[in-house]
Design a binder for this molecule. Structure first.
Ligand SMILES: [Mn+2]
Length: 364
């Protein structure tokens, strides 16, 4: 799936609403709830824009659910960098037999883990993976056939769906599957396109500097739409459905899903003068004062100091990493609806219109 040239599937979708979802990451409950929320039905076309597997708890179940949706013709999936597991049983090279066990133990799950577990095989450091390959190939022939057949790109009249990204000056079939699936930080390129290019892969919040927003970024000038809402990966993440209308117009919208309880703001508060967002990949902090609930930390690269939830720190060391954190006090009015991510003795970490931050007052 990685080294071969990108496979492009062309779809003719006249007069149907297109719903695009990416980076489900084995979170089947979110995926089902999102499909319910958007009222997905046989008149729609659903595009799964890669990374529907791994990291969350239901890889095999999610794969089977996607297979059923695709069988009835109203769903099409592209392969993401976390989905190409047919390689694990097709290439009997050393990479797979040694690395896969480390990977499974590190993740504590995943598609191959789920398959082995379903067959009563316990995943331990001593597991001789190569021994189980023929069994996996036989028992999961349908699942691996489905994965093998996944295109890297789906192209419709108005849109190109690809997990990571493409280059405007390179024919799509001249790129490798791997390049398309793992095109990191795609929006930081200067590229623009004639058709809408819809991507996942890079959680959208990573594109913002001082605040966290999980809503899709619809860049109308460059025709790039980035939809990965950080489902599974972020404490405040959400699964986004991009909605492209039947008439092919540019009136593109989205519906987010997260399971956080919705409450109402009682008293207004002003936005903080300054804020920062410590994020994955740049999340080393020095703990200045460690508390039970909050710890005062200094972000190592920038020197910015903020209170971080102690449970968001990895481990007890003075220098450590943390889950994504922000100190933004959200601008809120009385009556605003917010979803509550964390409840603390000082206030609430909430999300309002996709933006995460703190509310210090009372919720009704
Ligand atoms: Mn990805």
């Amino acid at each position: 799936m990685w080294r071969e040239n990108a496979r492009v599937k062309k779809l003719d979708i006249p007069d149907r609403r297109i719903i695009a979802v990416s980076d489900i990451h084995a979170n089947l409950p979110y995926f089902k709830a999102l499909l319910d929320k958007v009222g997905f039905c046989d008149d729609d076309v659903l595009i799964i824009d890669g990374d529907f597997l791994e990291k969350g708890g239901h890889s095999l179940e999610t794969l089977r659910f996607a297979m059923r949706l695709c069988e009835n013709g109203s769903c099409h999936a592209v392969c993401g960098n976390c989905d190409g597991w047919s390689d694990a049983v097709d290439n009997e090279d050393e990479f797979w037999s040694t690395k896969i066990v480390d990977y499974m133990l590190y993740r504590g799950g995943g598609l191959i883990w789920d398959m082995l577990t379903e067959q009563g095989v316990e995943v331990t450091r001593e597991l001789a993976f190569a021994h189980y390959v023929p069994m996996l190939r036989e028992k999961y022939a349908a699942e691996f056939d489905f994965i093998r057949a996944l295109p890297h790109i789906i192209e419709t009249e108005h849109c190109i769906f690809v997990h990571g990204g493409i280059k405007p000056d390179v024919p799509m079939t001249d790129m490798t599957g791997g390049e398309c699936m793992k095109f990191d930080n795609f929006r930081s390129t200067p590229y623009s396109f004639d058709k809408w290019v819809v991507v996942g892969h890079w959680p959208v919040m990573l594109y913002h500097e001082n605040y966290v927003c999980a809503n899709p970024i619809i860049d109308r000038d460059r025709k790039i739409i980035s939809i990965d809402g950080g489902c599974v990966l972020k404490d405040d993440g959400q699964l986004n459905a991009l909605i492209i209308p039947c008439d092919g117009s540019d009136d593109i919208g989205f519906v987010p899903y997260d399971p956080f309880p919705v409450r109402t703001v009682k008293t207004a508060q002003e936005k903080s003068d300054k804020s920062y967002y410590i994020r994955w990949g740049d999340n080393e902090v020095q703990v200045l004062e460690r508390g039970e609930e909050f710890s005062l930390c200094r972000h190592l690269r920038t020197g910015y100091e903020m209170q971080i939830l102690t449970k968001y720190l990895y481990g007890d060391a003075e220098i450590c990493k943390c889950n994504d954190s922000t100190d933004l006090t959200l601008p809120l009015s009385a009556g605003d609806k917010v979803s509550v991510i964390e409840t603390t003795s000082r206030g609430y970490l909430v999300k309002h219109e996709g933006v995460s931050g703190w509310y210090w007052g009372e919720l009704i």
